[in-house]
Design a protein around this ligand. Structure first.
Ligand code: FAD
Ligand code: 2HG
Ligand code: ZN
Length: 487
């Protein structure tokens, strides 16, 4: 993990004292306070999922009530103690962990379902509910959580809202800016903003909750979420297709939209190199397609009538194979096969860092040029002589591309044998300049966090950045929330 030689701890932040601990002990029980000791360095809370960033917090608070969170923030604000809100710590931009000695405010123990309305489909829950648990609860009631992602077993409902995560179903259910109907947020001064009413329609002035969706813990701590859940589809199909070129991926996408229209629920693409890494990682599991193809597409349909959906999918595949845009393909015959096909897509983030480390770029680009960034990155790494799949003296293993084609969102992962400044300097700001020149976004879904703190200017103009800073100053004038990150 990285150290930060060019970054100074801000002296205006107070260092933790025994008085502070006395206060926290007065409002929290022993199990809600974790302190660093000689044998406990709190690594789980100090280090990120990629093992790329590492903080030095000596204190983790895990309150069970909103009221405790309000008291904690008020105290920290009055005493200028810096705080990092943390959910499941699966974020991929170094935003969820401290940089220096900030207190970690973990939401893990604020984890109750509050209510569910089975007529409207509106779920109200604490921010610390794990996404998979929320979805299992909804499944029991015939509903589905309107977003899904590979980290579902660890990430929190509050965490995905704080990052405005996109995920695998955005194509179908839209972004959290639409599905989140209400939030409860504790502001840095301890005030509780209750905006949990959860109305589909409410045009009475500014839509305040939107400010917190995607704010990455910089302006308030989300404690409650109201979200609109759609009915759980009765029929789900998944197909895994081999495709000859990126042009053909686009053709398949257009055909899928036309032929499958309302039942299309995911359209993901992967390049060959991503599958090569996944094969190494999923040792022993056989790949869905026998032959290799330059690109693969995972397509999912979700509907209410299995026969109808099967017929549509079959007709689409027949056409696509006839006109040559799809070269080969399999369709899952049961739940196990379906999960297995998804595994070849969902395990890529893990596979790409299994060799030692990974530089991740998560960008929006015009669909036509989505893959051009992967080609450009590979060209640049090769030019500099940094990349080889077989030569262990080269820092880079390979640069792979995959992602949510349906949303115009590419994931470029540069798999490395170890994190190195040399590789990072070759990739940054190169990648951000490339994306900006094509009028894309340097973060489609993972956020800016720590990784992209100096690069916001590639995607936001001066006036936008000034307004972001004004909002931050207004609500967090002491800047105690998630410092050293993008604001
Ligand atoms: P954390 O990682 O703990 O925190 C993320 C940020 O939110 C931090 O800045 C933190 O300070 C803040 N935060 C967390 N909780 C709160 C809160 N209650 N109040 C205020 N601020 C808070 N992302 C996608 O968009 N799409 C994907 O498909 C996707 N797939 C992934 C797959 C894997 C295997 C992994 C590891 C990550 C993936 N991600 C994906 C990244 C994604 O950002 C996170 O998984 C998720 O959104 C973070 O939730 P979390 O609870 O772990 O939050
Ligand atoms: C995904 O779509 C996630 O799998 C993670 O957003 C992407 O690891 C990545 O770069
Ligand atoms: Zn993604």
């Amino acid at each position: 993990a990285e150290s930060y030689p060019n970054l100074q701890r801000l002296s205006e932040f107070k260092k933790l004292s025994s008085d502070d601990l006395t206060f926290f002990k007065s409002i929290l029980s022993d199990s809600e306070i974790l302190q660093a000791t000689a044998d406990e360095d709190l690594a789980v809370f100090n280090e990120d999922w990629m093992r790329k960033y590492k903080g030095q917090s000596k204190l983790v608070l895990r309150p069970k009530t909103v009221n405790q969170i309000s008291q904690i923030l008020k105290y920290c604000n009055d005493n200028r103690l810096a705080v990092v809100p943390q959910g499941g710590n699966t974020g991929l931009v170094g935003g969820s962990i401290p940089v220096f000695d900030e207190i970690v405010l973990s939401l893990t123990q604020l984890n109750k379902i509050r209510s569910f309305d089975s007529v409207s489909g509106i779920l109200k829950c604490d921010a610390g509910v794990i996404l998979e648990n929320a979805d299992s609860f909804l499944a029991e009631n015939g509903y589905i959580f309107p977003m899904d992602l590979g980290a579902k077993g660890s990430c929190h409902v509050g965490g995905i809202v704080a990052t405005n995560a996109g995920g695998l179903r955005l194509l179908r259910y839209g972004s959290l800016h639409g599905t989140v109907l209400g939030l409860e947020v504790v502001l840095p001064d301890g005030k509780i903003l209750n905006s949990m009413d959860a109305l589909r329609k409410d045009n009475t002035g500014y839509d305040l909750k939107q400010l917190f969706i995607g704010s990455e813990g910089t302006i308030g701590v989300i404690t409650g979420v109201s979200i609109l859940a759609p009915p759980r589809p009765k029929a789900v199909n998944v197909g895994f297709l081999g495709v000859g070129s990126y042009e053909a991926v686009q053709e398949v996408f257009v055909q899928a939209k036309q032929e499958l229209s309302e039942i299309l629920s995911a359209f993901e693409f992967m390049d060959l190199k991503s599958q090569t890494l996944a094969k190494e990682h999923l040792k022993g599991v056989s790949h869905p397609l026998e032959d290799e193809y330059p690109f693969y597409v995972l397509i999912e349909t979700s509907g209410s009538n299995k026969e109808h959906d099967d017929a549509k999918l079959e007709a689409f595949l027949e056409k696509a194979m006839e006109n040559g845009s799809v070269l080969d393909g399999v369709v899952a015959q049961d739940e196990t096969e379906l999960r297995n096909l998804w595994e070849w897509r969902e395990s890529i983030p893990e596979s790409s860092q299994a060799g030692g480390g990974v530089y991740k770029y998560d960008v929006s680009l015009p669909l036509k040029e989505l893959y051009s960034l992967v080609d450009a990155a590979n060209e640049r790494l090769n030019e500099k002589g940094l990349s080889s799949t077989s030569d262990p003296t080269k820092p880079v293993i390979s640069a792979i591309g995959y992602g949510h084609v349906g949303d115009g969102n590419l994931h470029l992962n540069v798999a490395v044998r170890a994190y190195s400044k040399e590789v990072e300097k070759v990739l940054e700001p190169f990648v951000y300049e490339f994306v900006s020149s094509k009028h894309g976004s340097i973060s489609a879904e993972h956020g800016l966090g720590f990784q992209k703190k100096n690069y916001i200017g590639y995607s936001k103009n001066e006036q936008e950045i000034a307004m972001i800073k004004e909002l931050k100053n207004l609500y967090d004038p002491n800047a105690i929330l998630n410092p050293y990150k993008y604001v």
